[in-house]
Write a protein that binds this ligand. Sequence first.
Ligand SMILES: [Zn+2]
Length: 466
Amino acid sequence: MLSFTIQNVLIAISDDYATVDVQVVDGKIAAISPNLQVIGTAIDGKNKLLLPGFFNAHTHSSEMWQRGIMSTFPLELWLAELYDFAPLDPEQVYLSALGTAVETLLSGGTSVVDHLVLIPGLELETIAIAARAYREVGIRAFIAPLIQDESLSAGIPSGESTQSHEPYFRSTAATLEIIEEAVRQFHRPDEGVSILVAPTGIQLCTDALFAGCIELSDRYNLCRHSHLLETRAQEKLAQEKYGCTAVEHLKKIGFLSDRTTLAHCVWLNDADIAILAETQSTVVHNPLSNLRLGSGIAPILKYRQAGVNVTFGCDGASSNDSQDLLEAIKIGSILHNVTDSDYQHWITPRQAVEMASLGGAKGFNLADQLGSLTVGKQADLVLYDLTNLSLLPRTDPIGLLVLGRPSNVVDSIWVNGKQIVTNHQVTTINVDELRQELFNRSQWQTKRKSETVAQIEAHYRTVMDL
Ligand SMILES: [Zn+2]
């Protein structure tokens, strides 16, 4: 049970590769060395590369229903359109969570962080059904129920004008009660499902909501997750709201910590970066979403030089418009070469792999259990097929995996020692049935009209000098 031995597999060692056997006993890596005795099932690792599983450290699973159709808008308008057409059926949430898990796995991810949009009035049901989907697939899941306590229009700076906003439909206290109940019912880290406190960001959350999240995080030992300074509008808004930067404010209220992960982090200044380093916060880099929504290029090389931990996310599939983690890692590595002419700062393929695996483990306070091929750590492992056309001819396997355009290269995956991908197929759920359901519950469309965008677009253009 949960014991196996991968034989003759290629692993990365310092600046080189070695062919070894890897023994897994009771879900943990027990030994890594050539010519080990076979314990449990023998797995043929010949011509395959074994890496620790990556983290898809920021996504929103239900956005899958709108991928490919969202207008070419910046975040603030894009969000208005997104919410006007958000799925309101828990069954859809279930299917898109399955889809997100499958696409994450088949691009090398063994952990997914779902900043989960909650269906109003069905909040706990939404969390329950996502948890069920992830358990069925067997991917390690960090469910971060997305909460806010201000209405959407409050996320746009006022500028010279005076803006009034509708109160949010649910009280801050009621929202926090939902999260606490979710923790009681679904937070089972040992079983591969964790709940995070996840206020969506300074743009739509009061200090009271942040304070409540910090309190829950301390009381139940939960990691903290939030968007941070994704757009120039949010940078402006922080100044209007606090009279300082968002990072200074979050530090002041105590949200930043070594178990805080912050998605995007595009618009930070040097002093903000120093604060992230000092508080040991983690940046989740979502390069494709930042490009798609025109948010900007996050100063990732500066973070790395300042000693800030960085990992990668796909972000929701409506701003990406896929969940291909290898693609996010590739773009998220080479994008920054144009921002700094000193090539010694550029991210190498091996560094990118470490950011995607150990970087994620650190961010979610699991560096002692996950993120590297180390004896004693949990077996969250991905076996890549090096005979696939996209990984040929034989050069540097990690170089080609990160910089190439690998397709269908994931041969096998284990999470916590349990095999959930075999011979390029997810074996825990019926993926053909999933495809059929996604097909049947959708239709080809072209244009939609968002009423909320019509209401806020003129103000947005004025305040952003467009
Ligand atoms: Zn996001």
